[in-house]
Design a protein around this ligand. Sequence first.
Ligand code: 6R9
Length: 642
Amino acid sequence: MSEAKIYPVFESIKATTHLTQEQYQEKYRRSLDDSDGFWAEQAEEHLDWFERWDQVSEFDFHKADIKWFSGGKLNVSVNCIDRHLPERANQTAIIWEGDDPNASERISYQELHDNVCQLANALRELGIKKGDRVCLYMPMIPEAIYSMLACTRVGAVHSVVFGGFSPEALRGRINDSECKLVITADEGLRGAKPIPLKANVDKACEETPSIEHVLVCKVTGNQVGWQEGRDIDYQTIVAKQATQCEPEVMDAEDPMFILYTSGSTGTPKGVLHTTGGYLLTAAMTFKYVFDYQEGEVYWCTADIGWVTGHTYLTYGPLCNGATTLVFEGVPTYPDASRFWQVVDKHQVNIFYTAPTALRALMGAGDEFLENTSRSSIRILGTVGEPINPEAWEWYFHKVGHGKCPIVDTWWQTETGGTMLVSMPGATATKPGSAGLPFFGVELVLLDDEGQVLEGAASGNLAIPRSWPGQMRGVYNNPKRFYDAYFSMYPGYYFTGDGCRRDEDGYYWITGRVDDVINVSGHRMGTAEVESALVLHETVSEAAVVGYPHDIKGQGIYAYVTLMSGQVYSDALKAELIKHVRSEIGPVATPDIIHWAPGLPKTRSGKIMRRILRKIAEDDFSNLGDISTLADPGVVEDLTKTR
Ligand code: 6R9
């Protein structure tokens, strides 16, 4: 590999940053040497507690048992709202920018407080109490943030489901965690297109025995179906509530939210986060990772359906009393200059997005940058997948005029917050590397036998000790939690990512080593797409792999075998693609369907994905040993039809 470029620490940033390079190193060392002492101090500094904890940390990775700050009492909404009121009642908490470029709104911390309290009171009126699960299927509107916070106010556990998911996917998630309530909207708006959220909920709730009510927020005002008794109008029930609401006193280890994410096997897992540790990770990483300064406007473009929309759109910024921008629309509507128009309009100082969006905008052409100045931006960030150097350079030189550091942040739904980061002001940046570990994060590279690799090396990225934001379980399924994360390398949390560490200790994520693919920064289990495909009556077998895609990072490549007697046709390809979209959602749309009358299998019947990946990558010279295949002939057939 050629020597990587290094961009030194920015002098301009060093002047204002929270930490210098030396301070980062010192603090990092302390965070590992005196871990409990360090985290106790952080918990005091960043959060308000009703009662102090009994013990900072207890964990045993052999048992998948993890606790932080147990006995400590706090409330998330109090930390994100009430405690800021004495000095920030009139400061803007949320800038909402609508899908329509003429629609925007500013919500102060006082208004946020009142809206959240009213909704929390409405939740109580609907019988929602501590520990109940509430599903959110919402567009990116202020009420979505109110809903998350109102759940935390009454101690309900929210489970946000991305509005792009299908009714079937929504139903599975509602049933898995037995939600009592869904909060949704009549319709969402994306690029001027209405998204039929309520209609999807109606379809999903045909078979959701746990659902008692559906709370419907009016957005477009278009006519939607209505089930008397079950469906409740959001605006009506909220309007009659008091603007004060007693917060539920939560233990640090009480569940806070569930977020479903794809793994290498089976249906999506309900990743469970608890209250104290998660909030501390969100608050503290937000402050350091983005070098957040008092009064700045911060914009994270993620949807609340993903973990980034939890930690870095909602909880991290609000816990720090920041101004967070919530964007309803898409980067290309009305045209590919929308992001930069919004940056100028609201004078955004910190901008955080995904490489896939940058590649798409870069592809649209630099003319879309021309009529905007973007001069308010101080820090740029990326998340979701490795950023390719070309997109990095474009982001840095064109978007940021070569004067803003780029923070690349590696983390996962499971980690709760950033684990690897090139901290602005503290770390010199290597484009494409997510940098160095955050405080309290100890990382190791393991070979396939589980031996620790020292120094510059490539291996499987694993973590030997807990950190506060670590997930606490797979909802209702402790065995799956252990099996998915702790069984591979006993004593370690296994990330599922491959990684290289260079001679300077910088980490370079090389992508998933399991059967998870990363499509436009969205995690997709190949098994999920396969099960959707085989649900179709014509399909007998399917194998799905990722392949390099210019914009999406990875595309979805599906090998499909039909039942005997079925006819392979382009019309059927189109139908299968439609079928997967309706089973899972547009994010799972296969890019390529490759008819495969036979799949390469070992004699024991295991599909050899390694070979399928190579064929998908158009790399036939490198198929490796195919002698163990039951029928080596199928490989030749597949390469001929690629
Ligand atoms: C936050 C988030 C997690 C997976 C992760 C890795 C990939 C995320 C990355 C990155 C390289 C980065 N990933 N950030 N790879 N550089 N900065 O994306 O969570 O949706 O759970 O995905 O995404 O493969 O394991 P999640």
